[in-house]
Structure formats: C-alpha cells, structure tokens
Design a protein around this ligand. Structure first.
Ligand SMILES: Nc1ncnc2c1ncn2[C@@H]1O[C@H](COP(=O)(O)OP(=O)(O)OP(=O)(O)O)[C@@H](O)[C@H]1O
Length: 626
C-alpha cells in the first residue's frame, strides 16, 4: 500500500471483504473479517492440503497459513508456539480457533485418529456448557480458553490440554431479556429423550425463574422444530417460532453433545450425573422466599409455592430437603472469644440474603460442573511424551458498555496484559529488525501501559488487593472499597472519578460508587456495586457443609476440596485466582513463539439506506471494530 494509515487499511480490507477475501496480512499478523456466510471452498480438505508446508505469502492469506507457520516454526526453531486470537464479541475468534485446531489435527495427526477426534470433540462440549446467545452473537463464548495441541518428537499430535478463564456466572441466574443462559439448559429441554426429561422434571424454559428473564425460544431448524411437542415450548416460542442460526440447533446439538461426551469416555452413569446437576440448578432457581411473620429476628422462609421445586432440587442434589431449606434460610455462626471457639448459633437470613445464598449455590454448582467438564476433556486427551505444543488463545477482547462491572474489569485487565505482550513482541521486535538492518525508520512510539497494569495488580495498593482487603472485613461495603481506591490513587493519570467521564451516563455515578480507568484502548467507567459479591467464590458455611455431604458422588467430590473456615464466612478471591492464572498464561506466552490473528466484526449496513452517500458514511462510522 502506498499510504499506510487507518483509513487506507480499512478501505483495503473492506474491498477485499466484498470480494469474499476475508483474510489479509499486516506483516505477519492475520486480519480476519467475519463473513457471516459460508464461503465456498474456504475450509475444505483440499484447501487444507494447499497450505501444508507453505510459507506465509505462497498462498492467499488464510487462518490455515498461520496454523502452518506455527507448526513450521515449532519444528525449525524447536520451540512451542502460541496463536493469539483477539477481537470483540462476535468477531469470529472461536470459529477461527476451531479452523486452526482442525487444520493442525488433520494435517499433523494420524489423519484424525482417536486423539485428534477427541481434541475436536472438546468444542461442542465446551460450547454447550460455556456458550450462550447474546445480543451480539448467537453462540458467544462466555469464558476464555487456551487450547494446547501437543506434539511428540516426530511432530505428530499426541494429545492436548485446555485451560479456561472466568466463566461468566451472572448469566446462570439472570440472563438479560434478549439473551439466554448457557446452551445446555435448552439443549436438554429440546433435545433429550422424553425419559430423561421426565427423570429430571424438565418441562419448558418458561417454567424456570433462571431462564424466564431471558429469551425462552429454542434454536431449531425446520426439521428439529417438528420434533418439539407443545409442552416443550415456551409461550414466546409457540408464538414466534424458533430462533434460527446455521450453526446452532438445540435439538441436534443435544445429540452432538451426548455423543461427544461418550466418545470422550464419559460413562452413561457419569453423563446422568452431569445432566442431573444441570437440571438441579434450574429447580433450585424456583425455590422462592418470603418474610417469616413468626420470626422475631426478621428472618425469612421458603414459599409454599416453591416446595415441589425444593423437593426436586434436593433429590437431584442428593441432599435432604429440610436441611437444604434450613441452609438457604439461615447460616451457622460460631462465636470465638480469645481464639477459643464458642457456641454455634443459627442466624436467620433476610429474603434478599436467602436469594443471594440460593443464587450463590446455583452458580457454584454450575461453575464447578464446568471445571469438571474441562477436567474430563483434559483426561480424555492425555499425553505422555510431549516435546512441544501449539497453544491457541481465544479470550474476550476489550469491553466497554454503558454499565461495566467486575467482569469487564477482569477482561480489560487481561487485555492490558495482552496489549503489553503485543507491544513487547511486535513493536519492539520490528524496531530491532529496522535497527539491525540499518533502516532509517523513525522510531515508533507507543504508550507503555505498565503503570495501568501495576495499578490493577500491584501487591500492596493494586485495585485487586484493595478489593480483597475490603472483602475480608467483617462488613465489606462497596462504597468503602471505592473510596479507599480513590484515596490510595489520588493523582494517578490512569484512575479518575466517574464525573470525569466523557459519557453523561457515567458522570452521574457517585464518587464512592464507581471509578474510571484510562485503559490503552480508552477510558472505561466501572460501577462497583457488585464487585464484592462477584469477587467472592465462597459459599456460606452451612451451604458448603450440606453439599459436601451430598449422596450424589459427583457433587460431593466437586465440593470436597473447598477450604471452608468452619463457622465463619470464608472468602475465596476470584480476582486473585484470575491474576495468578493470567501470570501463568503470560509466562507460557513469553516462552513460546507468537502468532497473532485479529478478528473483525462487520456490522451489516441497514438495507433501508440503500446505495447512497449515507450508506458510505454509515459504513465508515460503524463498519469495523479495528
Ligand atoms: N470464518 C467464518 N465463516 C463463516 N461464518 C463465521 C466465520 N467466523 C465467524 N462466523 C459467524 O460469526 C459467528 C460469531 O463468531 P464467533 O463465535 O467465532 O465469534 P467470537 O469472536 O468467538 O465471539 P465471542 O467473543 O462472543 O465468543 C459464528 O457463530 C458464525 O455464525
């Protein structure tokens, strides 16, 4: 390109996109535009063959070329490789990841032998439990992942390993109105055989509090729709028909999930335990609470209308119904004087506290189930003698909404770390090459974001540390945490009060209810209201106690390792866990060779504008999240 700037680059990829050439290179970085249609011949076995052993540039730009480059670099440099796939939600990261894995397994495995098949089988399973319909993407991954494909010293695929990050938990109890919870809930209701649905007492999405706040329609093709009986459909589904997507079909996807689980070596009995836990979460959500007029201390009781749900949930969870009821409506406290444990007292919970306890239990069950599923996948793709691996990182890009909470804070922190890594790898490296070759290229300046990272993760006054300290107080308060933050970082360029936001909606947030971080990609204003709850992975002791004694072996084992401090509210820091996981990931990335893929999402031009100057303007303003 004669003139290289954002506008010419954008125009170039746009013109290529209109010719179905969705891939372009900027140096070694692949730009991938989501085509939203199947492009003929794009990913066929013949196309795979064309890229095998070819240097970048010998064939048109392609995600396969990056996979092959990683493979060749691994072989020649004798070094493990990473492929970092970035982009906003819906940009095509997960689809690119799947193509990369398919390419590696087909090209350098024993032509999709059992191990390769199991690596590929991980995708439908992960998607059932970790993906959901959002307003931006019908199949949005609500967790980050680093998938390693391991090779032996002959450079053949021998196994794999998946690490996962930050499953979005708020979705489990309250998906927002246009969105859905995790696919598996709908897949079970739409696609499981009658006998299984009856056993699990699964009816239709409207019947469950945890689903009915969101969209209750299934994804179904015309053929799948015909298999659904009226009793399986929600009112919205019956009225408006199914949601349609070429890649998502709840009826079909249940069958795919079930057979993928079997191929992974999960027995019918273990599958039953998995499905049971999924159903238990839904029934638990139907247990509701009201003030107890007989309790003088302002406690609550379970509503009569939810008794049958309580009974079903307890049966499925393998715990006694009355014990579950008690653990949801009260918690155990043990007074300690002078280090000696005193009497045990039952503290009644208020309605909102019982609701929080119930939701915390549901989230804990589901997220532990997700951990278990990933562990089982990893057990199914073991390797003894791995020499090197190629790891593909598929993790959410920078997020900036009107309301930004703890999840956005963690994701944006992760993106700060990845941006720093990108700066180190690409920009520093390029400049070293220019210098070495004596090219007179002016030095490229870029904003160093170490100060932002330090402010977030620093051991003494980092935001995560301040949050953890607040969480350990007897009565943690988000307003106190927020004030502490502003006090400890009064004049830092990266941290400001919400009122300094350019957005009107943020300027009305009180000083002790939010903070603004000037990230590398822009300023984001965070609302701290739920930071303390979202940063705590612990259940209160009474609840933890009863699930640990469940007669359901899977539930018992999943909760057995938890470190409950008997008689006290324990605290398990989500932020700290993420920080540690991310440090491990960055360490791996730094040791490996690196390849970058940047996915871009193209908004479709409203057809109402037609071919006009307005369309052109719309496109320039809205088209690509570069
Ligand atoms: N290469 C492709 N060819 C055809 N369609 C694609 C391609 N890549 C993505 N899509 C379409 O775009 C949708 C969104 O892609 P994908 O799920 O990969 O996005 P993502 O970046 O992983 O989003 P999220 O962060 O929400 O998980 C897919 O479900 C598919 O319909």
């Amino acid at each position: 390109m004669m003139h290289l700037n954002e506008a010419t680059l954008l125009n170039n990829v746009r013109r290529r996109y209109y010719e179905n050439r969705i891939y372009s290179y900027v140096a070694n970085i692949l730009i991938a535009i989501n085509p939203y249609i199947e492009i003929a011949e794009m990913y066929t076995p013949e196309t795979i063959k064309k890229y095998q052993g070819k240097s970048l540039g010998q064939q048109p730009p392609h995600v396969f070329a990056i996979a092959d480059k990683a493979f060749r670099d691994m072989k020649v440099l004798k070094q493990s490789q990473s492929i970092i796939v970035s982009g906003e939600s819906g940009a095509g990261k997960t689809e690119s990841t799947k193509h990369l894995l398919r390419y590696l397994c087909y090209s350098y495995g024993s032509s999709a032998g059992p191990i390769e098949q199991k690596i590929l089988d991980a995708n439908p399973v992960l998607e059932s439990f970790g993906n959901a319909k959002t307003t931006r993407n019908n199949n949005s991954s609500r967790f980050g992942k680093f998938i390693e494909v391991h090779f032996n010293n002959k450079f053949q695929v021998v196994g794999g390993h998946i690490s996962h990050y930050l499953l979005e938990k708020s979705r489990i109890c309250s998906p927002s109105s246009e969105e859905r919870s995790y696919h598996v809930f709908y897949q079970l209701m739409a696609g499981a055989p009658d006998s299984l649905r009856q056993k699990l007492k699964l009816t239709q999405p409207d019947d469950f509090n945890y689903l009915k706040t969101g969209c209750t329609r299934y994804f179904a093709s015309p053929a799948s729709e015909k298999t659904l009986s009226p009793s399986q459909k929600s009112a919205a589904h019956a009225k408006q028909g199914p949601l349609k997507d070429n890649l998502v079909d709840d009826v079909q996807d249940f069958k795919t999930l079930d057979s993928a689980l079997s191929r992974m070596g999960i027995s019918d009995a273990d599958k039953m335990q998995i499905y049971t836990m999924v159903a238990a979460v839904l029934h638990l959500g139907n247990v509701e609470f009201e003030d107890d007029p007989e309790d003088t201390r302002g406690g609550c009781r379970a509503k009569q209308s939810g008794e049958s749900s309580l009974a079903i949930a307890s049966t499925l969870l393998g715990i006694d119904a009355s014990e579950l009821k008690q653990a949801l409506t009260s918690r155990v406290m043990q007074s300690s004087r002078g280090g000696v444990k005193g009497t045990v007292i039952m503290v009644p919970l208020k309605v909102y506290e019982a609701v929080n306890a119930r939701d915390a239990l549901a989230k804990a069950i589901y997220s532990k189930l997700f951990d278990y599923i990933v562990n089982r996948i990893n057990e199914s793709i073991p390797f003894q003698a791995s020499s090197y691996y190629i790891g593909v990182l598929d993790i959410a890009g920078f997020e900036f909404f009107t309301i930004n909470s703890f999840e956005q804070f963690c994701i944006n922190y992760c993106n700060e770390k990845l941006q720093q890594f990108f700066n180190e790898t690409i920009l520093k490296f390029e400049q070293e090459v220019y210098k070495r070759e004596g090219l007179n290229v002016p030095e490229i300046t870029y904003a160093d974001n170490q100060d932002c990272i330090d402010m977030i993760e620093g051991k003494t006054n980092g935001i995560f540390t301040i949050l953890d300290e607040e969480s350990k107080l007897p009565k943690p308060l988000y307003t106190h945490f927020t004030s502490e933050l502003h006090t400890k970082w009064p004049n830092h360029f990266r941290l400001a009060l919400p009122r300094s936001s350019r957005l009107k909606a943020h300027r009305s947030i009180r000083d002790d209810e939010g903070f603004l971080v000037r990230h590398f990609a822009g300023a984001v204003c965070y609302q701290t209201k739920q930071f303390i709850e979202k940063n705590n992975d612990a259940l209160h002791a009474s609840l933890e106690g009863i699930v640990q004694e469940s007669s359901n072996k899977l539930i018992q084992s999943l909760f057995s390792t938890s470190n409950t401090l008997k008689g006290k509210l324990s605290f398990i820091s989500v932020g700290n866990k993420f920080k540690t996981q991310l440090a491990e990931l960055m360490e791996k990335l730094r040791q490996n060779g690196t390849n970058f893929i940047r996915c871009i999402f193209v908004y479709r031009v409203p057809t109402s504008l037609g071919a006009s100057n307005q369309t052109q303007e719309w496109f320039i303003n809205n088209s690509m999240g570069l």
